[in-house]
Ligand binder design. Structure first.
Ligand code: PLP
Length: 455
């Protein structure tokens, strides 16, 4: 593989530069000691010392078609040569138009209008602003609040952060943008006896009543909630939420930043769980991360309000709809369609699930949950009673698992976001061979972790 000027730096020098100059995200202001990945191919990446790692997280839930796709690199190069940049402000360009039309054809229901962004936080930020503008145009200017679920991660920009329900991410930046309200997430692992299975949907209606429906702009929720460890709602949950939103004139925003572009075996979460939101926010797998790009997809019904009032949406981003990213997204969709990756995920989902279910005999594996190629294992002190670990023990286990999985060559996420979980989201091209490797490494690392806490 031809080296570029960055990868040409000797490994030691690169590490020193990372330590001195590169700030990490959600971490220290130095990148000292972190792995340095230099090359990827299919489901694997290689570090600067030549070690091979199985990327069972699609890096960050985003390299959906896998690494090293020359076709996507070439689409970027061809577009950069043809027209490197134009806006989607007071002029447009062919890749943005083609991509918007193509997305409209894939999205559920009447979600036919697309506003491009550079990533998930911007997509959420955009949707929250659109919801306010929509209600203002309809004479409901007091509708500014957004209801989201506890633990949910919706991004880090000021507006998106007020929807994010993770105290560790919110608290350091308080006071936040006003309007964020939170309700319980769905917890199918620890159901309370006698409780209505759709209690968590009804909690949204209770919160709307508490806040006053005339102040609530939107409900935002992920199809499968990432934080908390791939929380899958019970059957009927989204239908009930849809009904509640309609009853109270509240927009339903489906944050599909992770759960789209095949991650659940469908284009969007609504198709997996049979609902049509008013707005979808997305990013990540939209380009399989070969270029940064996100989008907000809006229903005709919502867009009609703007058209009827001849109103602008006073919001924009220089790089929203970037031609190079749009060309990459189109090429990415070509790959997903040509290789039938949605069908591949649906066919192989039981295999991935089975691989993870087989780990239940390890005495710290409590729950295995997820959908498509998006799974989490919740770790508990006692699977029989579902007793959680004391926080310090959870921290100890995760402190061991993170480096251990890395050492064994498995990229996945071992984190405590509400519960200690190990999360997996392999590229959509993964199959039995990769599942076997995932199962083997997880078994070794989790068994060792179990022995440590037992002893
Ligand atoms: N929304 C969800 C559901 C996400 O998972 C993420 C990122 O992981 C975001 C929003 C923010 O996306 P980004 O990091 O691209 O800004």
């Amino acid at each position: 593989m031809a080296a570029t000027h960055t990868t040409a730096a000797p490994a030691g020098e690169l590490r020193a530069l990372a330590g001195r100059h590169l700030m990490t995200h959600f971490g220290p202001v130095t990148a000292a000691g972190l792995p340095i990945y230099v090359r990827g191919e299919g489901c694997h990446v290689y570090d600067d010392e030549g070690s091979r790692h199985l990327d069972a997280l699609s890096m960050l839930f985003c390299v959906n078609v896998g690494h090293g796709r020359a076709e996507l690199a070439e689409a970027a190069a061809a577009q950069a040569r043809e027209l490197a940049y134009a806006t989607t402000w007071d002029a447009v360009h062919p890749p943005a138009v083609a991509l918007a039309a193509r997305i409209a054809g894939l999205a559920p229901g009447d979600l036919n209008r697309v506003f491009f962004t550079s990533g998930g936080s911007e997509s959420v930020e955009t949707a929250l602003k659109l919801a306010r503008s929509y209600h203002q145009l309809r004479g409901d200017a007091r509708r500014v609040k957004v209801i989201a679920r506890e633990l949910a991660y919706h991004g880090t920009t000021a507006g998106a952060l007020s929807a994010t329900g993770l105290p560790s991410v919110r608290t350091p930046f308080e006071p936040l943008a006003p309007g964020g309200c939170h309700v319980p997430h769905t917890d199918e692992y620890r159901p309370l006896p006698g409780r209505d299975p759709l209690w968590a949907a009804d909690a949204i209606e209770q919160r709307i009543a508490f806040e006053g429906a005339e102040t609530v702009a939107a409900v935002i929720l992920e199809p499968v909630q990432n934080s908390g460890g791939c929380l899958v709602p019970p059957d009927g949950y989204f239908a009930r939420v849809r009904e509640i939103c309609d009853r109270h004139g509240v927009l339903m925003i489906s944050d599909d930043t992770i759960c789209s572009w095949g991650r659940l075996g469908t284009w969007f979460g609504g198709q997996r769980f049979d609902y049509v939101p008013d707005v979808i926010t997305t990013a990540k797998g939209m380009t399989s991360a070969y270029a940064p790009m996100g989008a907000m997809i809006v229903s005709d019904r919502v867009a009609e309000t703007f058209l009827a009032h001849d109103a602008s949406f006073a919001h924009g981003l220089t790089f929203g709809g970037h031609p190079v990213a749009a060309a990459v997204a189109l090429a990415n969709l070509d790959v997903i369609e040509r290789e039938d990756l949605l069908g591949h995920v649906r066919r192989h989902e039981p295999g991935l699930r089975g691989t993870l279910e087989a780990l239940r005999d390890i005495p710290i594996v409590g729950d295995v949950r997820g959908a498509g190629y998006f799974w989490g294992l919740e770790l508990v002190a006692e699977p029989a009673t579902k007793r959680p670990f004391a926080p310090e023990v959870a921290a100890e286990i995760l402190g061991f698992l993170g480096p251990e999985l890395q050492r064994r060559g498995l990229i996945c996420r071992a984190a405590d976001r509400g519960y200690p979980v190990v999360q997996l989201a392999p590229p959509l091209i993964a199959g039995p061979e990769e599942f076997a490797e995932i199962g083997e490494i997880l078994r070794a690392a989790l068994s060792e972790a179990a022995t440590r806490v037992a002893g």
